[in-house]
Design a binder for this molecule. Sequence first.
Ligand code: FES
Ligand SMILES: [Fe+2]
Length: 339
Amino acid sequence: MFLRNLWYFALSGAQLKPGAMTRKIMLDEPLLIARDADGIPFALRDICPHRGIPLTDGNFDGREVECCYHGWRFNREGCCTEIPSLVADQKLNLDRIRTQSYPCREVQGNIWVFFGDGDENENPPPVLPGIGDRAPGMSESILFPSPIDHAVVGLMDPAHGPYVHRSWWWRSKRSIHEKSKKFGPTPLGFAMLRHPPSSNSAAYKLLGGEMTTEIRFQLPGVRIEHIEAGAHVVCGLTAVTPLTEGETEINHIIYWTQPWLTPLKPLLRPFIRMFLEQDRDVVIKQQEGLRYDPNLMLINDADVQAKWYYQLKRNWEKAQQDGTAFDNPVTARELRWRS
Ligand code: FES
Ligand SMILES: [Fe+2]
């Protein structure tokens, strides 16, 4: 149901202080995500192997998690280290008692978790170019009550802007014009190659300087928009994480190198929020129709990126099943549409 052997965005690192733990369902699996006293994050299956109670109902002291039911203790590798009910001559091999641990990594202020039993180093979590290891300038999270595919397809859809995101300062129906963009394959997806941004995006003009943008998509559902404005960089990461079959979380994180943008954060945030809510609201409406399982269409060229997404998924699944190399179906080409 969900693509395996990939890293998924879990949460922004700022949400997890040292010594804190949180619970989160990801890919229909219950997770405990914690940051130890040294600041290193880790992730465990949030189920006590004794009687199945969530470990997050217990306590975390910055080193070990203690189950709330009988006090069994677990380290960050998920191994049981102590069973308080044992008396001195009762020998039980604790090494074999464990809850699953997941590879977990913090990259540029975000925590990612790897799902699968393959090699987590083969395709590490994405690193955004040009922003070093600075913390995110802004993070927003929103829940879409839909399966991951419609969230991803909605995100990469170039034709909905003037309708869903219509506003006097961004797009209007009158601003629609023909566009033509070059695309090419990347290791786990594709890129809209670097180009000057659309002249009908008034908001871009605020950044000033010579401007170009590149937009990348990669499995399982990561979009990276990299804007160069003069000597500066604005970079947006949109990560789509399936929580369950019917719920998908979108995390939108923005980084920038322009110091003057930072004090504008309180002004920018409502606009980002509005965009995400517009995308969510249209997906909610869509779910109404999808209840009746209609046949859907993907048209040329506006939906070619969505076609690529489904092909990438199929090829990824096939490679995992057969144990063969992933064959990227995307070839370099130009796409044209009106938006
Ligand atoms: S259920 Fe966790 S220690 Fe018993
Ligand atoms: Fe959108």
